[in-house]
Write a protein that binds this ligand. Structure first.
Ligand code: 6PG
Length: 241
């Protein structure tokens, strides 16, 4: 893996703008080189500001959305109109605001049995990427060091065969569907967006303590031949704000 980049932005909005400009750059390069741009969106709250930047001028008009293919790094096991659905959040904050064809959006069917949803999505990823990976994976990190739905001490952390699995998260008493670390690490680029003072202690541990992926799954993210960029706001970086 190339040496990870770590960039600290002064505010969450500056972080979102930086991530949006990089998204547009990755899209432009991938479309120039291959005619398409495949990207996995992340759930949670941090991506909302990023989506807002992408859905607004000028970036909205700088991206050829007809060439963009949207995937999801993880999904909650709920229907697509449920308040917890990552797809719903993406649809409301980005996908309904840009001219992307519906056929370019590959939703995880969170409304069906978790094992079936994972199997179906994994098959799709195999068909789309074979032994390759996405052009870009967007990720966040929870205060517990999880990323996507790779939570500490859960079965998905040791999955090495499948690109996508159903993962039971005891502490949430919930099933999640998640891309696996080996598949995420096949991406040409990964951007990890982390904002908020509640992430600072965990980030310190992730960057400076011994690798302990069972405890801090985000440490499993190391794209093989791809680029990894951590985009942090000052609060998450532990700087005085
Ligand atoms: C999810 C996300 C999850 C998220 C982190 C950070 O489905 O919840 O994929 O991995 O990125 O929990 O969430 P925030 O951005 O809300 O802090």
């Amino acid at each position: 893996m190339l040496t990870p980049e770590i960039k600290v932005l002064p505010t969450p909005d500056a972080l979102a703008q930086e991530a949006a400009e990089r998204f547009a750059m990755h899209a432009r390069i991938a479309i120039e080189q291959t005619g398409r741009f495949s990207v996995a969106l992340s759930g949670g709250s941090t991506p909302k500001a990023l989506h807002k930047c992408l859905a607004a001028k000028p970036l909205r008009d700088q991206i050829d959305w007809t060439r963009v293919q949207i995937f999801f790094g993880d999904e909650r096991c709920v229907p697509p109109d449920h308040a917890d659905s990552n797809y719903r959040m993406a649809r409301e904050t980005l996908l309904s605001q840009v001219p992307i064809p519906g056929d370019n959006i590959y939703r995880v069917r969170g409304e069906i049995e978790p094992a079936d949803a994972a199997q179906e999505y994994g098959q799709l990823l195999k068909e789309k990427f074979a032994d390759g990976g996405l052009d870009l994976v967007l990720l966040g990190m929870g205060p517990d060091g999880h990323t996507a739905s790779l939570f500490p001490h859960t079965a998905a952390l040791t999955e090495s065969k499948h690109r996508c699995v159903a993962n039971h998260v005891e502490k949430l008493n919930a099933w999640r569907i998640t891309m696996t670390a080996p598949f995420i690490n096949r991406a040409a680029a990964v951007m990890l967006l982390v904002a908020g003072a509640d992430k600072a202690r965990r980030l310190e541990s992730v960057f400076h303590s011994e690798p302990n992926p069972q405890e801090q799954p985000v440490q499993m993210i190391a794209p093989g031949s791809g680029k990894l960029a951590w985009l942090l706001d000052a609060a998450a970086a532990g700087m005085e704000v």
